[in-house]
Design a protein around this ligand. Structure first.
Ligand code: PAF
Length: 280
């Protein structure tokens, strides 16, 4: 497995593989790889012939005062994990390789990006869609994998790819959890001991909401149940809990039916997100 830092090296390596008829897979990441990422890399190794993992802490998706500077970075450790799984190439550019100093193009998916996390993190999804668009253009994979923990991100990327007729198949991978239910996230490293103890309650609250939804509770009732459960724990500062239609992310409010119950909450300085999908 090779680690390359420039777009040209990626393009050359991918062209050589494509010339041999290989199906190219991409797993875009910001590094600090945990089992959630690694499950995507495994899926890519199984679901394509030649796998690129990109590792780039994308500055344009972080807002002012967010954790760009302290975001965990471990290129060597990440590369070792990818190699063990059977990935073929790591693309780890720096910011100046990715963005020209006078870059002025932004890819925006309207509507879908203004709700849920987008409402709390203005501009975040513009950063995500722009960099994912660039990564897809650089690597030109046949398939790309994203985690369902970032449910809104997955929906937004699928919509971008459909709307812009991008020739790539987007695949979602399941959320991987600790044994106590906490969704794996590179940001879990920030949690202090007491915060870590409390953090799984986010998923517990979502499960309670999902249980109520399965018994016929409406979107609003589900949201109230989840918010009330989280309200019992003073360390949580709830940003949002919403029951939304899985593809449009439209609020369900008085309706029942398939829904995604998504929530974001801060514990101290750490922002956690999670979601549960209720099929019917
Ligand atoms: O999910 C992430 O880690 C990032 O948002 C992504 C998709 C790699 C874009 O920077």
């Amino acid at each position: 497995m090779k680690i390359v830092k420039t777009k040209q090296e990626v393009r050359d390596a991918v062209s050589a593989q494509r010339a041999e008829g290989r199906i190219i897979g991409l797993v875009p990441t910001m590094g600090a790889l945990h089992e959630g990422h690694l499950s995507l890399v495994r899926a890519a190794v199984e679901g394509s012939d030649w796998v690129v993992v990109s590792i780039f802490v994308n500055p344009t998706q972080f807002g002012e005062g967010e954790d760009l500077d302290r975001y965990p970075r471990d290129l060597e450790g990440d590369a070792a994990k990818c190699e063990e799984i059977g990935a073929h190439l790591i693309f780890a550019p720096n910011a100046s390789e990715m963005y020209a100093g006078d870059a002025c193009t932004v890819v925006r998916v309207e509507g879908l990006t203004e709700k849920l996390c987008g409402a709390c993190r203005p501009g975040h999804f513009d950063g995500v869609t722009t960099v994912v668009n660039k990564l897809l253009n650089i690597v030109q994979p046949d398939r790309a994998w994203f985690g369902r923990k970032d449910y809104q991100q997955l929906v937004v990327i699928r919509r971008m790819v459909r709307d812009l007729d991008m020739p790539v198949e987007i695949l979602g991978g399941p959320t991987v959890r600790e044994s106590d239910g906490l969704a794996l996230s590179s940001r879990n490293q920030y949690l202090g001991d007491r915060e870590r103890e409390v953090a799984p309650k986010l998923y517990e609250a979502l499960l309670q909401g999902a249980g109520a939804a399965r018994e016929g509770a409406s979107g609003s009732e589900v949201e109230r149940i989840v918010a009330a459960k989280l309200g019992e724990e003073p360390l949580f500062e709830l940003q949002y809990v919403q029951a939304v239609e899985p593809n449009s992310l439209r609020p369900l409010k008085s309706e029942t039916g398939p829904m995604v119950i998504a929530a974001a909450a801060c514990i101290g300085d750490t922002r956690l997100i999670d979601n549960v999908v209720v099929e019917e």
